[in-house]
Ligand binder design. Structure first.
Ligand SMILES: C[C@](O)(CO)[C@H](O)COP(=O)(O)OP(=O)(O)OC[C@H]1O[C@@H](n2ccc(N)nc2=O)[C@H](O)[C@@H]1O
Ligand SMILES: Nc1ncnc2c1ncn2[C@@H]1O[C@H](COP(=O)(O)OP(=O)(O)OP(=O)(O)O)[C@@H](O)[C@H]1O
Length: 312
């Protein structure tokens, strides 16, 4: 096998409870309940030829090669950071180092969702790179070094290794419990023009911290597989910080709450995207079209999933 292509689905937070105060790493304690959706980026990882032991002759200097890190990154669009700050690059470089892989690799990311949305796009890219490398080099996905590398790249990355609806504690990076998926629940995503930086949202939260509500109602709803109870229990105490940074989020949320066919709407993660659980896929599609046509907001129609699709 010389390359692996794998999807990188986004997530929404069904419950996000951030606790005031930071730990020694500068992170907040978080109760995070996440579910993956059927939309996202696509990641392809390929093995490149091993670098020659002696310097290459001039004629071979332009063959596809990674830099000294052993990772060559190709993004479908500029996400505003140099390769070394890109989560897909970091995941590949750190996994190679952790497992002593010497074969250079090319990582290609085809972006489909806008950054700074609270959808975890960059975290999912990183997890998909890790899983693709596991397949390419026949690594055991259950090896504890895998989750360590994931966590080192970002708090949301461990969730994306598994993809089942999950309750995470710690900094939102420690898997506490998984649930059966509420397969195929219709969801519409709507994002205002401006995004929210996760770092800025947590800083804004610190300026006026809110003690979080318990995740118990959401955990019970998921245990019961009760979609209406899930919709009734949506919660996010980072929403206030996100909406102070981008007030248009509130307009998106109240617009969604007024649309026929919406059961409930909530900001995901640190925003700026708002998601709505809908009664039907047709209602979700109609709302996405209106958001795009009438308001010029980015939108996408999707559904909840519990595992990833593989391509090869
Ligand atoms: C908002 C959420 O997406 C909810 O799922 C996550 O909490 C953020 O996860 P993420 O994007 O993977 O975040 P990271 O890349 O690990 O962290 C970015 C920055 O967010 C802040 N951060 C993140 C997670 C957390 N529990 N506490 C924090 O204070 C820290 O300043 C950190 O430097
Ligand atoms: N692979 C990547 N794709 C997109 N952005 C990346 C990537 N790697 C690093 N970044 C940086 O991370 C920032 C946040 O991207 P991301 O799409 O994960 O936002 P987000 O959905 O708000 O994240 P989260 O939900 O984890 O808070 C981007 O603005 C960009 O500067």
């Amino acid at each position: 096998m010389s390359h692996v292509t794998i999807d990188a689905p986004v997530k929404v937070n069904l419950h996000l409870g951030i606790h005031p105060g930071r730990d020694s790493r500068g992170y907040h304690r978080a109760d995070s309940v996440m579910v993956a959706l059927g939309v996202g980026d696509t990641v392809t990882v390929s093995a490149l030829p091993e670098p020659p032991v002696r310097p290459a002759p001039a004629s071979r200097a332009e063959s596809p090669a990674a830099d000294a890190s052993g990772v060559l990154l190709a993004m479908s669009e500029d996400v505003g950071v140099p390769p070394q700050k890109n989560t897909a690059w970091q995941a590949a470089a750190r996994l190679r180092r952790a497992f002593g892989i010497t074969t250079p690799v090319r990582v290609e990311v085809c972006k489909a969702v806008p950054p700074q949305s609270g959808l975890g796009g960059s975290s999912s890219d990183a997890a998909s790179v890790i899983l693709a490398l596991c397949r390419l080099f026949s690594l055991d996905e259950k090896d504890p070094r895998i989750v360590d590398v994931a966590r080192s790249v970002g708090a949301d990355v461990p969730f994306f290794l598994n993809l089942a609806p999950s309750y995470l504690t710690g900094a939102g990076d420690v898997l506490a419990q998984t649930f059966p998926v509420l397969e195929g629940l219709p969801v519409v995503l709507v994002r205002p023009r401006r995004g929210v930086s996760t770092v800025a949202a947590y800083r804004e939260f610190d300026a006026d911290p809110v003690v979080p509500a318990s995740p118990a109602p959401m955990l019970a709803a998921l245990r019961d597989g009760d979609a209406m109870a899930v919709a009734a229990a949506l919660y996010n105490n980072l929403e206030g910080a996100a909406t102070r940074l981008v007030p248009e989020i509130l307009r998106v949320k109240s617009w969604l709450q007024r649309r026929p066919g919406v059961v409930a709407a909530q900001v995901t993660g640190s925003g700026s995207c708002v998601f709505a659980i809908c009664e039907t896929h047709a209602a979700a599609r109609a709302i996405a079209a209106r958001a795009q046509d009438e308001e010029d907001w980015w939108s996408s129609t999707t559904f909840t999933v519990g595992k990833r699709a593989h391509f090869c």
